[in-house]
Design a protein around this ligand. Structure first.
Ligand code: SF4
Ligand code: F3S
Ligand code: FES
Length: 231
């Protein structure tokens, strides 16, 4: 079958403004949007810029807006779209070229919440053990692949790019509620800043945007509660 893919293209070195370009692509219904984009890049226009790596929904590198919703191109099947497929870069981040956005600020906000295990005790001989029910508390947020779809979809973030954003809070949550972690005080302090967790207005766009179906708004609620209980 043939499908029309319309891509919002922008090369800051050459273009004054973004423009839409349409491509006819030969695809199978079971192909992914990523396959269609690769076909365009490999067979029609090698200047098209996009990121992808695993092609199986694991690395988070090919998040983009497809027909108005943030999705991973490698998990979006052609057969699920009727008519034209419109592809745009993630909103809320500066465009480097075409579908590639600058995520430096996103990862800076991620690093600000100390997204790693802090434990002041000497490591045991084998591993730091955890009970299954303790692990269950962080099971959901530990599945984040840092695709930035949630942060991009958040109106609070779009209005104020200094807001730490849902992805960073999800990754803070993953360690805040880890029974082996000793870093919650500093982590909560970082989230209690002016542009921290309180900028979340419980709009829930983030939940709908997450390709891993993580309960982001709920994790943010639990993080807010942890802050209130601490102070
Ligand atoms: Fe992506 Fe979901 Fe992680 Fe947000 S929480 S960065 S949408 S995987
Ligand atoms: Fe934004 Fe999600 Fe909160 S969309 S306002 S981070 S619930
Ligand atoms: Fe890795 Fe899509 S290419 S998640």
């Amino acid at each position: 079958m043939k499908v029309t893919v319309e891509i919002l293209r922008f090369n800051p070195e050459r273009d004054k403004a973004p423009h839409r370009a349409s491509y006819e692509v030969e695809v199978e219904p079971t192909d992914r949007v990523l396959d269609a984009l690769n076909s365009i890049k490999w067979r029609q226009d090698g200047t098209l810029a996009l990121r992808s790596s695993c092609a199986h929904g694991v690395c988070g590198s090919d998040a983009m807006q497809i027909n108005g919703l943030n999705r991973l191109a490698c998990k979006a099947l052609i057969r699920d779209f009727a008519g034209k497929i419109v592809v745009e870069p993630l909103k809320g981040f500066p465009v480097i070229k075409d579908l590639i956005v600058d995520l430096d600020g996103f990862f800076e906000q991620y690093r600000a919440v100390r997204p790693y295990l802090v434990n002041h005790e000497l490591p045991p001989a084998d591993e730091r053990l955890q009970l299954p029910q303790e692990r269950a508390r962080i099971e959901d947020t530990a599945r984040c692949i840092l695709c930035a779809s949630c942060t991009s979809s958040c109106p609070s973030f779009r209005a104020n790019r200094a807001y730490v954003g849902p992805a960073a809070i999800v990754n803070a949550h993953r360690f805040l509620f880890d029974t082996r972690d000793h870093g919650s005080h500093e982590r909560l302090d970082a989230l209690n800043e002016r542009n921290g967790v309180w900028r979340c207005r419980t709009i829930f766009n983030c939940n709908a945007a997450c390709p891993r179906n993580i309960h982001i708004a709920e994790a943010i609620g639990q993080t807010k509660r942890a802050l209130l209980l601490q102070t």
